[in-house]
Design a protein. Structure first.
Length: 186
């Protein structure tokens, strides 16, 4: 099993305690952020390069579902459409407090029919959802206040230090879930 945690910082726009929510999400993940991009359209190529296997799960933490068109090139509005098309067995959970719309509005009926059994949404991580092997963050500067981006990036940096210090204290013990998962698979 291979899992991705895909965080778009615009998700935190309307939360009462955005920095606390991000910290809790990263604590749940059990490992630091692997890479940060400005635009969500760049993340799919990085996932493909970074992953040695097909992901079984993507936890999509975003204000938008990112399945707003079926254009052949990846853009900020369709990155999850391309991920679900590329990996036809992968389950996607859109972590969202209040969905603004549904992918069914944007996709052809045939495409939505093929996706809907693998797509879920809601304000909590589904029970049993696997912790990530890859954690990516998208800044989405056009969709979030710059001061909030700065605060959230400080949380990401602080959590990176926490994981780095944890690895140092444990001297060789596995601190990151992705490493534990690889060891279990071998």
């Amino acid at each position: 099993m291979h899992s991705i945690l895909d965080i778009d910082l615009d998700y935190f726009n309307l939360l009462e305690n955005p920095t606390g929510a991000l910290e809790n999400l990263l604590l749940w993940a059990g490992c630091p952020v692997d890479f940060i991009v400005e635009r969500h359209s760049h993340v799919l190529q990085l996932w493909k390069r970074r992953s040695s296997s097909t992901p079984s799960h993507i936890l999509h933490v975003d204000e938008h579902h990112d399945m707003m068109d079926e254009k052949p090139h990846t853009n900020i509005a369709n990155v999850m459409y391309h991920a679900m098309r590329l990996w036809p067995q992968c389950k996607v959970h859109w972590l969202i407090q209040q969905p603004i719309d549904s992918p069914a509005m944007w996709l052809t009926p045939a495409t939505w029919k093929s996706f809907r059994r693998r797509f879920s949404l809601g304000p909590i991580i589904p029970p049993g959802w696997p912790r990530p092997d890859i954690v990516s963050v998208c800044k989405s500067p056009d969709f979030i206040r710059s001061d909030l981006v700065i605060e959230l990036m400080e949380v990401i940096q602080a959590m990176k230090l926490v994981y780095h210090n944890e690895q140092g204290k444990n001297a060789g013990q596995v601190a990151c879930t992705r490493t534990r998962n690889k060891a279990i698979r071998q």
